[in-house]
Design a protein around this ligand. Structure first.
Ligand code: 5GP
Length: 191
């Protein structure tokens, strides 16, 4: 019997370090892949189309919504973000662990539509740490940072709907914890 894949939702407030955590996981496992999202936000310096995101116009994004091409999508900080359905489904079909690194509204939609998906909320040690990280990143205006922090507080409040909550205080510890979750969940599915 071929090995079963699975969908993993990794959600966290913006600036919590979910990309860093995910890259560490990519370094230690060869069965993990990331779903590349589509967005209508502008690329940041260093970001490339088809690598970090598919950067789309609002019209193109809305056309894809109409055609039911998203597994989920959400509006965040005045932009659309969405998971292209086919690519994510194909990864799971091929026995991979498909990571969806998405914000909470989208995460909840995936939990509803794909009850088999494993959901992990990465919790910042505190709102103050998050604020420091967002400021250090130097990619958003003061207003956007304030908005991201407001969203973060709401996300933290609703984190109990996730299967697992992992606190990102020490990178290595958070990565180990997620790695163990993946091993346990795979074992259940392939038993
Ligand atoms: P950023 O603008 O910082 O790249 O992303 C903002 C937020 O959107 C982050 O929390 C990120 O995880 C989330 N995000 C990225 N891609 C998707 C997606 O496909 N769907 C949803 N719902 N959120 C996404």
């Amino acid at each position: 019997m071929s090995k079963k894949g699975m969908m993993v939702i990794l959600s966290a407030p913006s600036g919590c370090g979910k990309d860093t955590v995910f890259h560490e996981i990519l370094n230690i496992r060869n069965d993990v892949k990331e779903s590349i999202s589509a967005t209508t936000r502008q690329p940041r310096i260093g970001e490339a189309d088809g690598v970090n995101y598919f950067f789309l116009s609002k019209d193109k994004f809305e056309e894809m919504i109409e055609n039911n091409e998203f597994l989920e999508y959400a509006s965040y900080n005045n932009c659309y973000y969405g998971t292209p359905k086919k690519a994510a489904m194909d990864m799971v079909e091929q026995g991979k662990i498909c990571f969806l690194i998405i914000e909470c509204q989208g995460a909840k939609k995936v939990m509803k539509n794909c009850p088999d998906a494993v959901s992990i909320f990465l919790m910042p040690p505190s709102i103050e740490t998050l604020e420091k990280r967002l400021k250090k990143r130097n990619t958003d205006s003061e207003e956007q940072i304030a908005n991201r922090l407001r969203i973060a507080e709401a996300e933290i409040k609703s984190s109990s709907v996730f299967d697992y909550i992992v606190v990102n205080n020490e990178l290595e510890k958070a990565v180990d914890e997620i790695n163990e979750i993946l091993n346990n969940e795979l074992e259940k599915r392939n038993a």
